[in-house]
Design a protein around this ligand. Sequence first.
Ligand code: SF4
Ligand code: SF4
Length: 100
Amino acid sequence: MIKVSENVLKELKKIGDFNASMCFSCGTCTALCPVGLPILPREIFRYALLGAEDRLRDESDPIFSCLLCRMCEENCPEGVKISNNIRLLRIYLNKKVFKP
Ligand code: SF4
Ligand code: SF4
């Protein structure tokens, strides 16, 4: 069962311009990722939009492994700001999930 909270998206929007709602899971980003991060970004963005904080925590390795190279973003047909979204997710995890 996935536990969801509306606070996840609210907090992400407070941190910055998280803009994943246009993603339609075409898979272009996943296919182009040079480090072969299999889950980024489409599934992780879906977790964020749903408010599935536990899933975001579970996927922290790929979130922190992303190179922020923007290769995916350059080819996203919907103009999703992928690298910025990932950066915001890192800040969110550090502030809200991994806080001391
Ligand atoms: S390329 Fe863009 S629209 Fe396609 S799955 Fe990735 S983020 Fe979503
Ligand atoms: S920005 Fe991250 S997810 Fe996108 S292609 Fe680069 S390493 Fe992969």
